[in-house]
Write a protein that binds this ligand. Structure first.
Ligand SMILES: Nc1ncnc2c1ncn2[C@@H]1O[C@H](COP(=O)(O)OP(=O)(O)OP(=O)(O)O)[C@@H](O)[C@H]1O
Length: 402
């Protein structure tokens, strides 16, 4: 079975190539795994094109295809977006794509998927930690199918345009997370370090995002589920029943972030922790929603003062994600203080469902950003984003050694 190695030399701290030369390639050789082709990506989005060319040049192979991928999440994103958008030519023309099995070597900045599959013991990780997915491949362990979240960004009906599609294997977000990713890119020249994310977060901390949201059930469950901190389980959402399962959620929103496959976006930032501790039985989106007007101390007040007052609560929630996902159990007391006990309203709504729709208010430009695995998209005026989770069929799609 031919083996393709793809390495992004510019991801993370730029040491992927050295890591491959010193450790990954010798390990493959030691196990008799001849590398059919070694690709160092030379430009943005190169990985998907290289994999498509590889598939076309190995058309006789009926087996699954194995790829060793040295990168962060963005390079995987390039692949999962490019392949479904093309038709293979040559001997593969008209034939279905084979299943593609990835062995991940974490070389990026955040490595959300890898650190979700292999939670790091501490912030200091050694070579053995980084070679676990390759080792699983070498030990012929089964690969886990990757779910994807497919988001269609549609224009207003009168525009008569095809929707734009974004495929995520990690995160799809709007509101604060999308704004941080958007603004930090603009700050890259001025602040090349990771500090730019902190600056972008501070600059956006008082923003609330106006949008209408619909939560859609996963087909086999039939209703939208919500996490209940009392029972520590997902229960049917109070507004979702089998014959009327769609839940309408009104903003404003401070945070709206949806994941597939991962419980964290960085090694210690467990934003959707239950995707690991209560794994879903089918492809679902785990969504964290923070709506400031749920705060009992807020009397439907959207003034600048109310937004300023909420910032400390926002940081408490995000701090909880850094404390092993503790934010999902936080509640408000009657005074609107955030507490860890009692039976007050939960601070975040942690939803598990089949998909969602985000229809931003035309008057709120910041609500029009959407982030798909770090790539930023813009929802047109009058348009909306519709996201649904999907799992590949047997023998197709993407899988990863874990
Ligand atoms: N030679 C190259 N020059 C410039 N960009 C590249 C090159 N090769 C790949 N890229 C781009 O680099 C981007 C970032 O890669 P990736 O996300 O894998 O690393 P990261 O951002 O450091 O990690 P993470 O996503 O885990 O935070 C990808 O979008 C990819 O298209």
């Amino acid at each position: 079975m031919p083996l393709l190695v793809i390495c992004n030399p510019v991801c993370g701290d730029g040491t992927a190539k050295a890591l491959f030369e010193a450790h990954v390639l010798p390990l493959l050789e030691k196990h008799g795994k001849g590398v059919y082709k070694l690709v160092e990506t030379t430009v943005d989005a190169h990985a998907g094109i290289a994999l498509a060319q590889f598939l076309e040049s190995t058309a006789t192979s009926k087996d699954q295809v194995n790829v060793i991928l040295g990168s962060g999440d963005g390079t995987l994103h390039d692949i999962v977006n490019y392949l479904p958008s093309i038709q293979l030519t040559g001997d593969r023309a008209g034939k279905p794509f084979p299943r593609i099995h990835f062995s991940l070597v974490p070389c990026g900045t955040a490595n959300a998927l890898y650190s979700s599959l292999f939670p790091p013991p501490s912030s200091d990780v050694d070579i053995a930690y980084r070679l676990q997915s390759v080792t699983s491949f070498l030990e012929s362990k089964p690969a886990i199918p990757l779910s994807v979240a497919i988001t269609n960004l549609s224009s207003p009906p009168f525009a008569r345009k095809r929707p734009q599609t974004a495929v995520s294997s990690v995160v799809t977000s709007t509101a604060l997370h999308a704004s941080i990713l958007h603004d930090s890119e603009a700050l890259r020249k001025e602040i090349p370090s990771m500090e730019r994310f902190k600056v972008a977060a501070r600059n956006n901390s008082t923003k609330w995002y106006t949008s209408s949201v619909k939560l859609l059930p996963a087909p086999s469950i039939g209703v939208v589920e919500i996490y209940d901190p009392t029972t520590k389980t997902f229960i049917p959402h109070a507004e979702s029943v089998l014959d009327d399962p769609i839940v309408d959620v009104e903003g404003p929103f401070a945070y709206f972030l949806s994941t597939v496959n991962v419980d964290r976006l960085e090694p210690q930032f467990r934003i959707t922790p239950l995707s690991r501790t209560i794994p879903p039985s089918e492809a679902t989106c785990d969504i964290i929603i923070l709506r400031p007007l749920r705060d009992p101390s807020n009397d439907w007040d959207e003034s600048p003062e109310a937004r300023e007052a909420f910032v400390a609560k926002l940081w408490l929630v995000l701090g909880g994600a850094y404390s092993n996902g503790a934010h999902i159990d936080l509640r408000y007391n009657e005074e609107g203080e955030i507490v860890t006990e009692g039976d007050g309203p939960t601070v975040v709504e942690y939803v598990r469902c089949g998909g969602w729709e985000w229809s931003p208010d035309d008057m709120d430009p910041s609500a029009h950003f959407l982030c798909s695995d770090g790539a930023i998209f813009h929802i047109e005026q009058g348009g909306r984003a519709v996201c649904s989770a999907a799992t590949p069929q047997e023998g197709a799609g993407f899988a990863v050694y874990a």
